[in-house]
Design a protein around this ligand. Structure first.
Ligand code: 5RP
Length: 235
């Protein structure tokens, strides 16, 4: 089975979790896009859903499909957030930000009662930083200093740049992304997250610890595995 089909299976399973009238936060990426398409099919008239998107791309897609997307409001809390991930560790710690939306994704995840993550099977890793770099969003002015500090910490930072133009990729917030390549992966994600966030100029990291409540994994045999905190399938 193609990875795209695994993503579609997982995305549809995540959308299956949504009930009419819920307040939803939507993540970013190809797997989330499958969930958004499934949501639009499941709720063709919006069904009183109330949705905040984590990126301009997600907002465009959801609006195009007729889903009711709105801006963040002061009292916002969400019943559910659906998102993808670049890596899922056995502890359900995640690496996110392959699509550069990590700040808004983490911001919305913290406001959500439940974070449901949909991934294909290749995203399951023994530890973070082994399959995908760890992205951090940084203020452009601070980039030169941060590159030096992160290199000294053996994190091999690389500025994310557009392949065609070579220009730095800018987030929806107008910031840059540094991708970090820790040599042997990340042994303590919570600690690295903290160590990075205290560096002046770092806006947010793509390390999500203790935020995911449920993972749907599309598998090569066409089934979907559901993983809950604690490692096992649901009772
Ligand atoms: C965007 C993200 C995405 O969820 C992550 O990159 C996974 O993307 P995809 O579903 O396309 O593999 O964190 O910032």
């Amino acid at each position: 089975m193609e990875l795209e089909e695994e993503k579609a299976l997982a995305g549809r399973a995540a959308a299956g979790h949504v009930r009419p009238g819920q307040k939803l936060a939507l993540g970013t990426g190809s797997t989330t896009s499958f969930a958004i398409r499934a949501l639009a099919e499941k709720f063709p008239s919006g069904d009183h859903l109330s949705i905040v998107a984590s990126s301009n791309a997600t907002e465009r897609l959801a609006v195009e499909l007729g889903l009711p997307v709105r801006a963040l409001e002061p009292g916002d809390k969400f019943d559910l957030m659906i998102d993808g991930a670049d890596e899922v560790a056995p502890t359900l710690a995640l690496t996110k930000g392959g699509g550069g939306a990590l700040f808004r994704e983490k911001f919305l995840a913290r406001l959500s009662a439940e974070l449901v993550i949909a991934v294909d099977h290749t995203k399951l890793v023994p530890k973070l930083g082994t399959r995908h770099p760890i992205p951090i969003e940084v203020v452009p002015f601070a980039r030169v200093k941060l590159l030096h500090q992160l290199t000294e910490r053996a994190l091999s930072p690389r500025l994310r740049a557009d392949r065609a133009s070579g220009a730095p990729v800018l987030t929806d917030n107008g910031n840059e992304i540094l991708d970090l390549f820790p040599e042997n992966g990340v042994d303590d994600p919570a600690r690295l997250d903290h160590e990075l966030r205290v560096l002046p100029g770092v806006i947010e990291t793509g390390i999500f610890v203790g935020l995911a409540h449920r993972i749907y994994v599309g598998l090569p045999d066409g089934t979907v595995q559901e993983i809950l905190p604690g490692g096992g399938p649901p009772p």
